[in-house]
Design a protein around this ligand. Sequence first.
Ligand code: ADP
Length: 410
Amino acid sequence: MNVLVVNAGSSSLKYQLFDTNTETVFAKGICERIGTEGSAIEHKHLLKNLKCEEARPLKNHADAMKLVVEKLLDSTYGCIASMDEIEAVGHRVVHGGAFFSESVLLTDEVLEKLRLCHDFAPLHTPAHIQGIEGCLAVMPDKPQVLVFDTAFHQTMAPEAFMYALPYELYRDYGVRRYGAHGTSHRFVAGEMARILGRTEGTKIVTCHIGNGSSISAVKDGKVMDTSMGFTPLAGVEMGTRCGDIDPAIVPFMMEKLNLTTEGVNQLMNKKSGFLGVTEGYSSDSRDLEKAIGEGPSNPHYEQSNLAVNILKLQIKKYIGAYTAEMNGLDAVVFTAGIGENNPHLREIVCEDMDYFGIKINKELNAKMLRQSNIVKLSTDDSKVAVYLIPTNEELVIARDTEALVSAARK
Ligand code: ADP
């Protein structure tokens, strides 16, 4: 089945056209600066290795979808001859609240529930709705499927998802842990279970470490706990996000720095993490690794080292806590931008973890950079398997879309 996977952000729309039978991507691209000056598309035909970039005014996501379809049908850059060749659309949705514990076919009722998720993801939800409406406008007859980043985490027990706040905050406002990156955790945990040869009885910690990072405890194929919380600000240190801090620091900063709620949110989401600890040097782990590699002669060496060591310690703590929570550990998986491409971080996380039965092959790990394959990093005598598994959220969306659309046709 040919499935168009759509990831609509507030001012961008990313897409991939999949053939789910062969799991090949024919074409992919991104429309940027939607609704502002300088909007444009970058489109790639992957089979022909062709790329085109074009500036075009795009008022909204419907305009962007029209342009995507135009490129997919283009005589040079396109990869389909008619719209009949697209059978369904799969959307990435960041937050499904407590409404959605799995992917769903789009209906009016589903769209209404998605609108109710607005407060949980105020930047993303309106963008997703515009992306969905854009597809409805351009391809009204195609079935659409929504795949939620929060869905995989819906198996957590109340003791894992509740905060010790007055209960009415949960009852009246839905304040609880929802988690994020669920589609990625689901994909890599699934791959890891396949390697272990079973799902039942497995205890896996999945470390999705990128610009945004989260860690999950997956027992018997189900999430038992996850590091992100009510919002994606919680958990470990990230590129520009602070992760977990003492909540009393929030009113303290507001008072001392004379910040509004908007200001303190900005500080914690955009000015913290790697960027904040390195005093504005960089939010990108590649820059931090460069400074660390150059040693004390680099002016950013010390702060970069500190920023990376903070993350290292936090990941270790999550592995320890989740091992206790699951009463055991079979495997640790590293994925996403940093997890897949930063051997130094993987090495220091796995260092001095022999008490947990974790031992990796350092020489092999050091070479594993820009890897597109699954790699076993643990030594043969390591009690716990450690793997690098490249994530593929778009593939999960394409697979779910195919499964739901095929089931609906029966
Ligand atoms: P997002 O959370 O926005 O999807 P990514 O998963 O792409 O982000 O992660 C971005 C981080 O991954 C950056 O800190 C970047 O330094 C790191 N990263 C991505 N690609 C590479 C690479 N090829 N080599 C080293 N680091 C990389």
